[in-house]
Write a protein that binds this ligand. Structure first.
Ligand code: ARG
Length: 291
């Protein structure tokens, strides 16, 4: 599986993801509270977890594409942050930290080579946007702001994608991207940890989600919200028993795919799996991906 090739396109995948293999995954800098150069990932274990994740996503019904990471870009295994993609178009990420900025160009190159069209940014150096802050719930875009994404960038994204945005200011630095505290499940349900947002964010999300699975900060620290949903399967880095019971009561299947080596860099499954159809894809014609 680590031969650099991608999957063959299937006719009606439940989801399409782009992953980046851990060829050069390491901890060479510290840009979030999880990262420590004293606690570096094990190469063999990283490959094992990454290959198992690809297999688990495919087993759940997803179409998985992947590309290799590059020397010098030790965080490139988290392609979710390189952009926001939907259907046939994308907006590239504008990373807050210089250590990750070159990743955006590599992600964009893959997308352009595979038939996606880029929506350009205005010439405003104060705009930051990392894809881990961007999620869709129902008819709105949710955008975490503060640690990594600026409100002006969230507003621009909303305008160019033609979908209203709800911004959620993040106040707990351990949950520096919104995808660490919010996981949309379906049109009515989501897993979320409100204690890591400011009061306005808690209010906005509280009004938006009819059936929430509210989790504690302790439960969120297991990266349980950093999960992806494929049909009715929730692919999760870990799943505390209370969360599992609730998900199964709702009719979801839980598939735990441990990615502990990647958690050392502060990223879980959602960070590792760039959603190629963030708005549901159905709105636009998507390129058919082969190789
Ligand atoms: N080490 C990476 C960073 O700090 C982790 C990225 C996590 N990505 C995410 N979508 N939450 O940027």
């Amino acid at each position: 599986m680590n031969d650099g090739s991608s999957s063959t396109a299937s006719r009606n995948p439940l989801k399409r993801f782009l992953l980046c293999s851990p060829d050069h995954f390491d901890i060479t800098f510290e840009i979030n509270p999880w990262m420590s150069s004293q606690r570096r990932p094990d190469r063999k274990k990283s490959w094992g977890e990454w290959n198992a994740l690809v297999a688990d996503l495919r087993a759940a019904g997803a179409e998985v594409h992947h590309f290799p990471s590059l020397p010098g870009l030790s965080d490139m295994v988290f392609p979710t942050d390189v952009g926001v993609v939907d259907g046939d178009r994308f907006v590239r990420g504008r990373f807050r930290h210089p250590e990750r900025r070159d990743e955006a160009a590599h992600g964009a190159t893959w997308l352009l080579e595979h038939g996606f069209t880029e929506i350009p940014w205005p010439d405003d150096p104060g705009m930051y946007l990392e894809g881990g802050d961007v999620l869709r719930f129902g008819d709105v875009l949710l955008c975490g702001t503060g640690p990594r994404t600026s409100p002006a960038a969230a507003a621009y994204l909303s305008q160019v994608l033609g979908i209203p945005v709800v911004t959620v200011p993040i106040v707990d630095p351990r949950f520096y991207h919104l995808d660490m505290s919010f996981c949309p499940l379906d049109a009515r349900r989501a897993i979320y940890a409100p204690d890591v947002w400011d009061r306005e964010g808690r209010r906005a999300i509280g009004e938006l989600v009819p059936d929430p699975l509210v989790i504690s900060v302790e439960e969120a620290l297991t990266f349980s919200a950093n999960s992806v949903v494929v049909g009715r399967t929730v692919v999760m880095p870990s799943c505390p028993p209370r969360i599992r019971t609730r998900l199964e009561d709702w009719g979801f299947t839980v598939r735990v795919s441990p990615v502990d080596e990647f958690l050392k860099a502060g990223g879980g499954i959602r960070c590792m799996s760039l959603d190629l159809d963030l708005l549901g894809g159905a709105r636009r014609m998507s390129p058919i991906l082969r190789n």
